[in-house]
Write a protein that binds this ligand. Structure first.
Ligand code: ADP
Length: 485
């Protein structure tokens, strides 16, 4: 890691109670570079005992942290934001090396991740309660908002920095300490955040990072009566497991899970704008985001024109390669399983009659690189219709009218993000209200923003992150019923 300006950001350790530690067992996890397969670091593989210690440290840090004024917490978060921006080049490189996304995109994620620090630094000062008329003339009701307590967070590899800050900034702003288990593939982005947390003045015990066994640490979090809130981003399968585990102590829980995003193009859409939105929503992070389009639903009158324009954009704009290389905008898949899944969806769609327009195979670079692929004539029988591909496959499903588009869009157990393109104002309202999704892009392919509530309906999750709603997730509502004597 000699390409960093600040070498101390590269920390292959766990961070508990303000100390950098190894696993009790001495076990380690290999972290590799998805572009080359080379091992770039070994980090400790922590288990239940270390998780328990981190939870106790967080609990011990809680009274001081919650007792500080909102502005003191805000100032620390703001300083952390500034440090992230100051070090965005290094943080971006660490991310590219362990995750694979192109450096420009990685730096973009750092800016996005830091934006949660800034947003929640501001929101920390606006935790308002209520006063409510009482039932008797001399009675008053006051509503207080208080931090829930220790938070256990489990985060994925696709956004190694922002999925942490989106949780941690809100938790810390509310007055809650946090214990985080980052994904095994991307622990170094998480520990780099801890280095900056310490420099920003986050007190020991308030922010802890525990790379290690997901099942052991997750279980330690849900078994603990000290942990009052679980927040998770990842697959629906693991989310379901955590929700069931969290029931033993009735822990509060937020879940941001899988998606199967539809991207609807009506025949009155601005096709060039739709193609630009399609490129952004489909190919960011090589298709490995939970809000990436999984199904392009395109009205029959424009389906061929749309496919031609999308094919031209894919051929002209996408460059596959090692994310460290200048000009590359599609990096490798995270691992071989991911490559195999994309190929399985592609092959399945072709076998069932889909028309392959571009790609269709592993890239000539080999390894974990896959060709951006476009398939027209997709239908409901194909795997890509019902399962999240999580890769660079654009599958186009033709439809005839608005009612059919809405019904196809909603025909899934997921409900995270949806997109649609139209210039008809009435249709914007009808479709916008009919889509069973938590996030809807209207003539827009990029929807993530710290100021907006991010989260899903149905089996895509519970709760919202970012925005003022995101702060609520880390607070209890208490009311005082008071008689004036
Ligand atoms: P993905 O498919 O994106 O890797 P996962 O849900 O498998 O999604 O992983 C997201 C996070 O959940 C990772 O940090 C992973 O280590 C963690 N995880 C996986 N299995 C469990 C489990 N049984 N309990 C708690 N966390 C888990």
């Amino acid at each position: 890691m000699d390409t960093l300006n600040d070498q101390s950001l590269f920390r292959p350790f766990a961070y508990i109670d303000g100390s950098w530690v190894a696993a009790d067992s001495g076990e380690q996890i290999d972290v590799d570079n998805p572009a080359t397969g080379e091992i770039i670091a070994r980090v400790p593989r922590l288990g239940a005992a270390e998780a328990q210690r981190a939870i106790e440290a967080a609990h011990a840090a809680f009274p001081d942290w919650r007792g500080r004024t909102a502005i003191e917490r805000a100032d620390i978060l703001y300083r952390w934001y500034e440090l992230m921006i100051e070090h965005k080049r290094d943080l971006g490189r660490i991310m590219t090396l362990e995750q694979g996304k192109p450096v420009a995109e990685a730096e973009g994620e750092i800016v996005y991740a830091a934006s949660f620090m800034r947003w929640f630094a501001e929101e920390a000062r606006r935790v308002y309660g209520d006063t409510i008329p009482g039932a008797k003339a001399n009675q008053r009701i006051m509503v207080l908002k208080q931090p829930v307590g220790v938070v256990g967070a489990i985060t994925p590899w696709n956004f190694p920095s922002s999925m942490i800050t989106r949780k941690a900034a809100a938790a810390l702003a509310a007055g809650c300490p946090i214990v985080i288990k980052p994904a095994g593939q991307t622990p170094l982005s998480a520990t780099a955040l801890a280095v900056l947390a310490e420099r920003a003045g986050v007190p020991r015990g308030v922010f802890n990072v525990l790379p290690g066994s997901a099942s052991e640490i997750g279980k330690a979090m849900t078994d603990s009566t000290l942990v009052r809130k679980i927040t998770f981003t990842g697959s629906t399968e693991v989310g379901r497991k955590l929700m069931s585990q969290a029931s033993s102590h009735i822990q509060k829980i937020s879940l941001e899970l899988g998606g199967n995003a539809p991207f609807i193009v009506f025949d009155d859409a601005d096709l060039d704008a739709a193609v630009a939105g399609a490129m952004a929503s489909k190919f960011r992070n090589a298709g490995q985001t939970c809000i990436c389009t999984n199904r392009f639903l395109v009205q029959s009158g424009v389906v061929n024109a749309f496919c031609e324009k999308l094919a031209a954009a894919m051929n002209g704009e996408l460059m596959v390669g090692d994310g460290m290389q200048e000009g590359v905008n599609i990096g490798p898949m995270i691992n071989e399983d991911a490559v195999n899944k994309v190929h399985e969806h592609v092959q399945d769609a072709i076998d069932k009659g889909g028309e392959l327009m571009i790609g269709g195979h592993q890239h000539t670079l080999g390894g974990r690189f896959y060709q951006p692929t476009l398939i027209n004539g997709a239908d409901a029988s194909m795997k890509v219709a019902s399962e999240e591909t999580f890769g660079p496959l654009a599958a186009v499903f033709p439809f005839d009218d608005e009612a059919q588009a809405i019904s196809m869009a909603n025909d899934t157990e997921f409900g995270l993000a949806a997109y649609f393109y139209t210039r008809d104002a009435g249709r914007i309202w009808r479709v916008g209200e009919a889509l069973e999704y938590g996030i809807v892009g209207v003539n827009e392919g990029l929807v993530s923003n710290a100021a907006a509530p991010f989260g899903g309906m149905k089996e895509s999750g519970l709760g919202r992150e970012g925005s003022r709603y995101g702060l609520e997730e880390y607070m209890e509502t208490k009311y005082l019923c008071m008689t004036i004597q």
